[in-house]
Design a protein around this ligand. Structure first.
Ligand code: FE2
Length: 371
């Protein structure tokens, strides 16, 4: 059995963003750097997240978070952290902003380049003295607030993780921060969370607590994703989506599979992670079917689908109902890149825990089917 680790302190509930000042005080943080993105600011969600912090508008904000967080953005954020004399990092946003907040915290106290800390190395440099980090997700998707890594596009073009399991001081999951999330982003980020739960559950690694958590997350997401897309203010659906997202990320320490092995190298070319996972998930599930045993039926039952329903086909239909595109070509992925992506998927950590051992040519076939 692998190491079991479920450690991050999470404050979860409607309105709990108002705990932020107290948490920062408890952590000894007087001047945090806020890390967010311009869309979160434009939508008014950044202001909502800090509405219980008097004077917060005078604190420094790094809002240059790219769609996929980069090593260069992490270096720029760490410069701002030092120039402004900060003593903590608060990430407010989707997975990109939260992962970038983690990476900025690492570079705030560790020498660059960030690549030296990447999990692609057999022995990455240790991360031992980062400042306090508090994360507030504003989407229900990546679960980055409890994920053990920051996923970064490095200067060399590789998209991979910086493993930092002890970095996050606390997460605040307030579903009210997701009420204003548009249907399209609710859908794509929600499918990322569903992919985490399903890939984790299907991973052959032995970790029964993670299995149980991923099954609960799966059930919540299947029951609430369409409702959250249809009515963003559905408080119960938003709560369950945020919980499902958290559970997906708590459990994916079991390892994921081919969906993520493929979406990481495609994402490094500038495409949205959740949308990629939504497109790939039905194809990967169908490809893994004969290696899943009873899990295939368990997934069907978690969704509440009738006996005989094919979960892969049903998830493709779900994508259609929530407005997600069915094919990679629909979002502009270049057909000429598929061969390279298939090769790069073999280097991704998620490749190692796909239930069916896959070759480069298997990956190419999956990509062609999804294209
Ligand atoms: Fe993901």
């Amino acid at each position: 059995m692998s190491v079991l680790q479920f450690l991050t302190t999470v404050h979860f509930g409607h309105g709990l963003r108002r705990e932020l000042p107290k948490l920062l005080t408890q952590s000894g943080v007087r001047r945090p750097l806020f890390v967010t993105d311009k869309g979160v600011i434009r939508a008014g969600v950044f202001r909502q997240a800090i509405d219980a912090m008097p004077g917060a508008e005078t604190l420094p904000v790094f809002d240059d978070t790219p769609v996929n967080p980069t090593e260069a953005a992490a270096a720029a954020g760490a410069r701002l952290y030092r120039d402004e004399g900060c003593d903590g990092v608060v990430g407010i946003g989707g997975g990109a902003a939260l992962d970038l907040a983690k990476a900025i915290a690492v570079l705030a106290t560790h020498a660059p380049p960030l690549w030296n800390y990447c999990n692609r190395h057999a022995k990455p440099l240790p991360i031992d003295s980062a400042p306090p980090v508090v994360l507030l997700p504003t989407t229900a998707g990546t679960g980055s607030e409890v994920g053990r890594s920051a996923v970064i596009v490095f200067d060399n073009g590789v998209k991979a993780g910086v493993r930092c399991p002890d970095l996050v001081t606390a997460a605040i999951c307030d579903p009210e921060l997701t009420f204003g999330l548009p249907p399209s982003i609710t859908a794509s980020t929600g499918m990322d969370a569903l992919a985490h739960c399903i890939e984790t559950y299907c991973s052959p690694t032995i970790n029964p607590p993670a299995d149980a958590i991923s099954l609960d997350g799966m059930q919540r997401i299947f029951a609430s994703l369409e409702r959250a897309v249809a009515n963003g203010s559905d408080a119960e659906a938003r709560f369950d989506m945020m919980m499902g997202s958290l559970e997906g990320a708590i459990s994916f320490q079991k390892g994921m599979g081919a969906v993520h092995a493929l979406s990481h190298p495609i994402g490094a070319r500038g495409f949205h992670h959740g949308t990629l996972n939504a497109i790939l998930l039905p194809h990967v599930l169908a490809c893994n079917r004969d290696w899943l045993g009873a899990k295939w039926d368990t997934i069907r039952r978690q969704a509440g689908w009738d006996e005989g329903t094919d979960p892969a086909a049903a998830i493709a239909a779900l994508n259609g109902r929530i407005g997600l595109p069915p094919r990679l070509r629909d979002i502009g992925v270049a057909e000429a890149d598929l061969a390279a992506v298939a090769r790069e998927a073999l280097d991704d950590n998620a490749h190692k825990t796909n239930p069916r051992p896959l070759t480069e040519s298997d990956y190419f076939q999956l990509l062609s089917a999804a294209y």
